[in-house]
Design a binder for this molecule. Structure first.
Ligand code: HEM
Length: 434
């Protein structure tokens, strides 16, 4: 791809500043957006730009402004507040009747739904899921360990979260490969043709409606049954709310975790000193560095580049910049988490970093509901890979690797690796198709 080629067909100009403004949304930007974000933080910290879709939006790049914006109730999550409603959001969610989910609503509706889902999606449920995540992780590694090479995105990072969420929700094993296909369509075309994604969203919606109906008749010990049962002062989720909730858990918890694993492994392979330090600590049976390390990987190269859409319900000021009512605002978490005003040596990967209140999981009332599950999956995946494949290495020139071009998510398309082949560990009874 020649330098400066636009990712989505045309280069996007930026507000002129004192130094030449970087091109946003080109292929170079996708593979390493951090220099452009450093420029924005310094010269245009709250910056109006035209997105590749043609929508005009404000990018907020400094840590202090980002934190303030994420907690500002004048910035609504409801797309009806956009001056051009219908131009933003998840493709297909409107037509599939999935709009009433946590990331599209404000208090008091958000407070009610979040309270209800929190009763079912508890830290205890996640903790009890630990052995299952380990089993899924081992089973996936078993499927390629004898070959001495793999594409870690397709063979590991992609299937692990989809099977994990399906299991947690209570999607029967025989249906989980359908989910894998629908999710695959969403991740492949997330920033591209909307038709295929919209069709997959519709199919998922139809399936979830039917599953909720079934679980109502025959409840189990799964999250969907928990969502149906959950009540707060006599209030329950409606069937539509339960379907939208199951959908957003899948949607929010899937590609994010794929990219936590993908970006995390990639950065460890590019930082051999930090990787050796982590391997030594794992070999000594310690978990402290793994825990701080996963947080640091989230800060350094996290899966969510920009928080989801927000819309100004009234004229307001962020970082001294006036934002007119109706304008969309995108908080750039990836830029905020490298802000030198907040982090010492922000461009250094330090797995033991302690002062690390990163924004990778967001902030405020929309703070990631699935953070405990993401941490469990991220820590299990990285620890098991580094332990079972101790000489894991990249099998491609980093400059050749391609990053996905979506606005919100940051992740690799493929991650080819090599390692010394070994024998599978014995794990029995996993989901079909693995
Ligand atoms: C490493 C993995 C993950 C990352 C980096 C991540 C990041 C985020 C971020 C940044 C937000 C806030 C978005 C905003 O304010 O615009 C968020 C919200 C959310 N996340 Fe995650 N997430 C991850 C995994 C998960 C998982 C595994 C689940 C569930 C299975 C999940 C479910 C949710 C939900 C439901 C919300 C909306 C919460 C609300 O609006 O109240 N996430 N996540």
């Amino acid at each position: 791809m020649p330098p400066g080629t636009a990712l989505y067909g045309r280069a996007v100009s930026t507000t002129p500043g004192p130094a030449p403004a970087p091109d946003l949304f080109t292929w170079e930007f996708a593979s390493d957006p951090y220099p452009a974000y450093a420029w924005l933080r310094e010269h245009a910290p709250v910056h109006r730009t035209t997105l590749p879709s043609g929508v005009e939006a404000w990018l907020v790049t400094r840590y202090a402004d980002a934190r303030q914006a994420l907690a500002d109730q004048r910035l609504s999550k409801n797309p009806a507040h956009h001056v051009e409603p219908g131009k933003t959001g998840i493709p297909g969610e409107r037509s599939a009747g999935l709009m009433t989910h946590l990331l599209n609503i404000d208090p008091p509706d958000h407070t009610r739904l979040r309270r209800l889902v929190s009763k079912a999606f508890t830290p205890r449920r996640v903790a009890e899921f630990t052995p299952r995540v380990q089993e899924l992780t081992d089973r996936l590694i078993d499927s390629f360990v004898e070959r001495g090479g793999a594409d870690l995105i397709h063979e590991f990072a992609f299937p692990l979260p989809i099977y994990a969420i399906c299991d947690l929700l209570g999607v029967p094993e025989e249906d989980q490969d359908d989910f894998r296909d629908w999710a695959g369509m969403m991740i492949r075309h997330g920033g591209g043709p909307r038709g295929g994604v919209a069709r997959s969203v519709k199919k998922m919606r139809g399936y979830l409606a039917e599953l909720i109906h079934r679980k109502r008749e025959e409840p189990g010990d799964d999250l969907i049954s928990g969502l149906i049962k959950a009540s707060d002062h006599g209030e329950h989720l409606t069937e539509n709310e339960a379907a939208a909730m199951a959908f957003i858990l899948l949607f929010a918890g899937f590609e994010t975790t794929v990219n936590l694993i993908g970006n995390g492994v990639y950065q460890l392979l590019r930082h051999p000193g930090e990787r050796a330090r982590l391997q030594a600590s794992l070999a000594a049976g310690e978990t402290g560095l793994l825990e701080t390390g996963v947080e640091e990987l989230l800060r350094f190269d996290g899966p969510v580049e920009m928080a989801t859409w927000r819309y100004a319900t009234q004229a307001l000021t962020i970082g001294g910049q006036e934002i007119p009512a109706g304008d969309p605002v995108l908080v750039v978490l990836a830029a905020a988490d490298r802000d030198p005003e907040r982090f010492d040596g922000p461009d250094v990967l330090d797995l033991a970093r302690r002062d690390n209140q990163h924004l990778g999981y967001g902030h405020g009332i929309h703070y990631c509901l699935g953070a405990p599950l993401a941490r469990l999956e991220g820590q299990t995946a990285l620890a098991t890979l580094l332990t079972r494949l101790p000489d894991l290495r990249l099998a491609a020139d980093p400059a050749e690797l391609r990053w996905r071009g979506g606005l919100i998510m940051r992740g690799l398309r493929t991650l080819p690796v090599e390692f010394s082949p070994s024998v599978p560990v014995l794990v029995t009874d996993g989901p079909s198709g693995m």
